[in-house]
Design a protein around this ligand. Structure first.
Ligand code: SF4
Ligand code: SF4
Length: 136
């Protein structure tokens, strides 16, 4: 199964070889969707993990023991139909295919269950029609 996490690194954990340890110790493939980590500073990484559910649980526990903070349900992406002009720019950068430009209708289509909530589409929209709605 797949699981998407936002991983927050404290300064002392920035150099941890996370993706290597996940692969070797837990047989988990880690696809980094977004990362903002500078050497010797804290950082954030959005990552999609693929593997056995028990190994995913064990890997999360291991990461938390390394001092990393994990956000498992950050929210969901919303497209504002009042502002979207169906230009298709966001669909061209969406890694999961959740955003798709349908040529027949010339409309943007959003398949929410496919969304990884990687947030890459948000800054791509020239009309700021895409937002992240955080779950309480
Ligand atoms: S957050 Fe945006 S770019 Fe990322 S998967 Fe979802 S729709 Fe695609
Ligand atoms: S980039 Fe913005 S305006 Fe263009 S299709 Fe996507 S949501 Fe709509």
């Amino acid at each position: 199964m797949k699981r998407r996490l936002t991983v927050h690194f404290p300064r002392e954990s920035v150099h941890l070889p996370i993706t290597y340890r996940l692969a070797v110790d837990f047989d988990i493939a880690a696809k980094i969707l977004r990362a903002q980590i500078a050497p010797n500073q804290s950082g954030t990484m959005v990552v999609e993990l693929s593997g056995d559910i028990d190994e995913l649980d064990a890997a999360e526990l291991w990461m938390e023991r390394q001092g990393l903070r994990l956000d498992r349900v950050p929210g969901e992406i919303r497209i504002d139909p009042e502002h979207c002009i169906d230009c298709g720019i966001c669909a061209s950068i969406c890694p999961s295919g959740a955003l798709r430009f349908e040529s027949a209708s010339q409309r943007l289509r959003f398949d929410a269950p496919r969304c990884l909530v990687c947030e890459q589409c948000i800054p791509s929209c020239p009309l700021e029609a895409i937002s992240l709605v955080l779950e309480s």
